[in-house]
Design a binder for this molecule. Sequence first.
Ligand code: PMP
Length: 436
Amino acid sequence: MTRSLARSNAQFRRASTRLPLGVASNFRYWGDDRTIYIKRGRGGRIWDLDDNPYIDYRLGYGPAILGYADPRVDEAARQGMDIGGVFALSTEREFTVAERIAKMMPAAELVRFSNSGTEAVMAALRLARAYTGKESYVLVEGSYHGLFDAAMWLVALDDWDPSRTDREPAVMPYSQGVPEAVRPLVHLTPMNDANRLEDLLRRKSHEIAAMLIEPIMGNCCGITADIAYVRAVRELCDRYGVLLIIDEVKSGFRVARGGTQELMGVTADITTVAKAMANGYPIAAIGGREDIMRRYGRGVAHGGTYTAHSVALAAAEKTLEILDETAALETIAAYGRRLQAGIKRILDARGVVHCFAGHPSMGGLFFAATPPRDYRDWKRSDYSFYDALARELHEEGVLCEPDSREPWFICEAHDDSCLAETLAGFERAVDRTLET
Ligand code: PMP
């Protein structure tokens, strides 16, 4: 093992004096001696303060879909900068970007912008409540929809006994500070169980405004909804007067131009998109059915000082143009398939049982014969091998998230040399993991 983190460790100690955990976001803290600080990123690679190179499969949790510092997008962003930033007034590009989103994702008949996925989902839920006049909502177990209070609820599986069919696991807040007052509004349901959802809606639909779902769970190792399940969800929402919010913050403009909705042939009432839409510049959007979205003109609050910032908007215009009009997504998916085939060869040769979940552009690696069908499956599985392997991969300069729930993200700039280096590193990392 040759990787030194001396400078990152020193930076950690310095940063900790001013930033809690030494970082700007809790998820970036990987331990006192493992937290890395980044100097720069180019294409599919990043370098830390110690100049250790990494082939990056995190891509900032997905946004850098074309690769870091893509010259086409950055040139557009510079033009956006020339416009002047923020005016608390509108600019022409809002319309052109909204037009592009509507073309790529037909569920987004009308569009509004936000600065982050959290803001977009928060806005979508408020809109659903305003439209339906109801307040509670359904989340899929194991999902992540952002940091706002309504989204921060987990199913507590640690002390749950799956053999006790008479008792459901408890629902618990993801964080201290999430008000207890929200709890009665939250309903959790396991992925891929339409009967369970129907039972819930039959009993509670009079109070449920919306069902939120990420059909390919970008925060739970790519657990994927069966097409039949998504269609059943659509049908049940219609039958019970519940709006369907499909959260495509990670999957949108990535797994297909029209996200999971295009792949699965289902249409949301409200859609949220973010990460891939501007190759890393901070912008998100809420798109939806015209009659729902027009509520923004009739009493539903939406705004934000930085909303549709001229730099992020220009970056979004260029990124979406590339994703829509070139073969970038096909290139990305092809790389993902080759990566998975290479990993499979290595693991099969060593008799390591494994499978992939999700989509090749955001695939989960799972050490079991079949992919998890819901969060309970993942929780019951042995993910200690993944955790150990991830550490070894980092030593090899292959950067995946240490938490196996985060899929491996692919960008257009991942090329043949990235693939060859990744697989060579993967082979050595697996062998070391198996030895220990
Ligand atoms: N929804 C989904 C599906 C996400 O993956 C995320 C972020 N990982 C969010 C919402 C929140 O987005 P942000 O981090 O931009 O607030």
